[in-house]
Design a protein around this ligand. Structure first.
Ligand code: BGC
Length: 423
């Protein structure tokens, strides 16, 4: 009998003990969940704040590689620093190891570590009268007066900044102080390792654009990495990143080696997309073919969106500009415009041994495939944003692109392989 009670007692105590143990563990788990839940909320809030204020939202995804409750990995040191400022100390923020940071160029060019883009004081600016810029109608008369000297001597950043930067806001943003500019222009430059050309460009363009009394910003989109150069995709990135900085109304997409020679070639957007570099010295100041839309082009923000931007599928040299021409005609249903050939003159910088990129062997097949433009463009661009930096004379958007093979492009755009018979 006694043995029976003893076993029962042991059994009851054991059950009770297990129950107590279970409750303790449950409580701890709940506490831990609460703790991580709170952390997760803080994290989400900080990220949200960061993505809307600093990060420029659509790249947040690319930046957040590893994310656990108390450990985040991001691909940018700048973002990591910002996150460390906002998150509790017990969350570690690391950067990924094969992390691309600064482009190894632009040494000695001054910059500031902030994304506070300077804008005109609304109360003052909107009370000014509209800026008057010289009309383009007077083509022949007084033409010499409008010709600008294209200086291709190479200066240091210090010299260029000394010459032009005094009244320029960081990020290469300038606007007239005595009148109100009608449009807000983003001048987007596609770029990779052409620093001498960039210096000449900056030296020339700041003076040129100031004389036209424009509210303008020079934005250099640098393609980082070893992927083939993609001019169209870089322009799309420039567009997307620019509109997060400032409500630009006009976009001019520009090769870095083209310098305008006539002040009547006004850097503004018209009711139709405009081809600006009509007469280039390299081509004896003649338009190469009627549908040429390369070099320098101008789009109202809405027109660019409606055309679905540039194509992203031309890796290497050629045809992305011809594709853009067809997007304007077919997607936007507008014709392009050009100013008279006498004033749309450009000098092409051909110094410092720059060679144009490898020709893309698939460029004609893609161009003539009649693929649907809504399958590729602004709506499908993929990139990793590494850095946005406000240099004194320009904004740098440092980015790497994700290269697709021709097979992937063909499948994605439903480009049908031609049978040998049909070729
Ligand atoms: C190419 C264009 C280029 C033009 C002028 C054409 O054959 O398709 O991309 O802009 O030549 O060089």
């Amino acid at each position: 009998m006694f043995r029976y009670y003893r076993t029962l007692l042991v059994f009851i105590s054991l059950t009770f003990f297990i129950q107590v143990l279970y409750s303790i563990v449950k409580l701890r788990i709940r506490k831990q969940q609460d703790y991580y839940g709170t952390l997760r909320n803080t994290l989400d809030k900080s990220l949200q704040q960061l993505t809307t204020s600093v990060l420029r939202p659509n790249n947040a995804a690319a930046i957040l590689n590893v994310r656990t409750a108390n450990h985040i990995k991001v691909s940018s040191q700048h973002v990591a620093a910002k996150l460390r400022e906002t998150l509790p100390r017990n969350i570690t923020v690391n950067t990924t190891r094969n992390n691309v940071k600064k482009p190894d160029t632009f040494i000695n060019a001054s910059f500031i570590e902030t994304l506070n883009f300077s804008v005109p004081d609304v109360a003052v600016y909107f009370n000014l009268s509209e800026c008057k810029i010289s009309s383009t109608n007077n083509v022949v008369k007084n033409s010499v007066k409008y010709q600008v000297n294209v200086n291709t001597t190479l200066s240091s950043y210090t010299e260029i900044e000394r010459k032009h930067a005094a009244d320029i806001h960081f990020g290469g943003h300038w606007y007239p102080s005595d009148c109100q500019a009608k449009q807000r222009l983003a001048l987007i430059i596609c770029y990779r390792q052409r620093e001498q050309h960039l210096k000449m460009f900056l030296n020339h363009m700041h003076l040129f654009l100031k004389q036209q009394k424009l509210d303008y910003t020079i934005i250099v989109v640098n393609q980082h990495g070893n992927e083939s150069f993609n001019r169209g995709a870089l322009f799309n990135v420039g567009f997307i990143e620019a509109i997060k900085l400032y409500p630009f109304t006009c976009f001019i997409f520009h090769d870095v080696d083209l310098l305008p020679e006539d002040l009547r070639n006004i850097y503004k957007c018209d009711s139709r997309p405009k081809h600006m570099s009509v007469a280039v010295d390299k081509f004896n100041y003649k338009l190469l073919y009627p549908a040429l839309f390369g070099g320098v082009t101008a789009f109202h923000t809405d027109d660019f969106i409606q055309a679905n931007g540039y194509p992203n599928v031309y890796w290497g040299w050629g045809n992305e500009d011809d594709d853009m021409y067809f997007r304007v005609i077919k997607n936007l249903k507008k014709n392009i415009t050009r100013y008279p050939i006498e004033i749309t003159r450009y000098k092409m910088i051909r110094t410092h041994g720059h060679k144009s990129g490898k020709r893309n062997p698939h460029r004609d097949t893609i161009l003539h495939s009649k693929y649907n433009y809504s399958l590729d463009g602004l709506n499908t661009i993929q990139y990793n944003l590494h850095q946005i930096r406000l240099y004194h004379l320009f904004v740098l958007v440092n980015v790497s692109l994700i290269e697709e093979s021709y097979e992937q492009i063909r499948n994605r755009l439903n480009i049908v392989k031609k049978s040998k018979k049909n070729r």
